[in-house]
Design a protein around this ligand. Structure first.
Ligand SMILES: [Zn+2]
Length: 279
């Protein structure tokens, strides 16, 4: 198949320290064409970028996760700003709000989120959003940001993606209306995934991405093990089943969506915008 894009994983994390090369080999074997490695603070963004710079089919995002908001400082901001200039840094993220685990105080999460959005607007980069137990507030903040950047944004290009989407179909549709994509993780394969199933069924395929969020959210048949990009195939299979479409259709369209969001030229495809065209 060779056209699947894992739009969000953390291959730079220590869980992959011992066998990263084999994990990548299994991903290409399983039919993935491209992997996007997502940063969560200065160090992990640097490491994501290092992986991307070492491989033509790996791309990175740089960002500061709300869990780490309390550790954010000027040095972190300047480091991310510098990393974001790399031609392999395709988006700002993951960034957002997490009031579920509250590993950082909400006030600090909001402040970091806003600074990251400002940086994305300044650089013309799309954003990768993490939002948990903060759905309405995150949406309100992103609506404000969208209004600010919309005028300078290329018309067809998504503003960002809400990763591991946890809301309901009504919220997903509002995000789509705003110009965002919705990313579906392996939890759609779990037996109790009713809400996510209705999101998958109810959105146009043109607005969906697929992701592993590896090493987290391992699909049902492998649950309990570390997740990895090759397991994305199971998630795509389930999405195809829910939508009564072929695996090939889901793989092709979600890959085209991811390529358009991140500004990645697809192998054999017509190749969308260069990253800097967003400016
Ligand atoms: Zn993640």
């Amino acid at each position: 198949m060779n056209m699947l894009i894992d739009s969000h994983c953390h291959l730079q994390f220590p869980q992959f320290q011992g066998d990263r090369a084999q994990v990548l080999e299994r991903a290409w074997q399983a039919g993935l064409s491209t992997i996007v490695v997502v940063g969560t603070d200065a160090d992990s963004s640097q490491q994501a970028l290092a992986l991307a710079e070492g491989h033509p089919n790996i791309f990175a995002t740089v960002g500061w996760h709300p869990h780490q908001a309390a550790q954010f400082d000027d040095r972190g901001r300047l480091t991310l700003r510098r990393l974001a200039e790399s031609p392999k840094a395709m988006a700002l993220g993951e960034i957002g709000l997490d009031f579920y685990r509250r590993l950082s105080p909400p006030e600090e999460q909001r402040a970091v989120f806003q600074q990251m959005l400002d940086m994305a607007g300044e650089l013309g980069l799309p954003v990768v959003i993490h939002s948990r137990a903060a759905e309405e507030e995150a949406f309100a903040i992103l609506s404000g940001w969208a209004a600010q950047v919309k005028e300078q944004w290329p018309q067809e290009r998504p503003l960002g993606v809400v990763h591991c989407f946890g809301g309901d179909l009504a919220l997903a549709l509002r995000y789509v209306q705003l110009g965002f994509l919705i990313s579906i993780p392996g939890s759609v394969t779990y037996p109790n995934a009713d809400r996510l199933t209705s999101v998958v069924a109810g959105l146009p395929l043109e607005r969906l991405l697929v992701e592993t969020d590896a090493p987290y959210l391992t699909p049902q048949s492998m649950r309990g093990r570390r997740n990895e990009p090759s397991f994305l195939v199971e998630t795509v299979g389930r999405i195809a089943e829910i939508r009564a479409q072929t695996i090939r259709e889901v793989a092709e369209q979600t890959s085209a969506n991811a390529a358009a969001l991140y500004g990645i030229a697809q192998a054999g495809g017509s190749g969308p915008a260069e990253k800097k065209e967003a400016l």
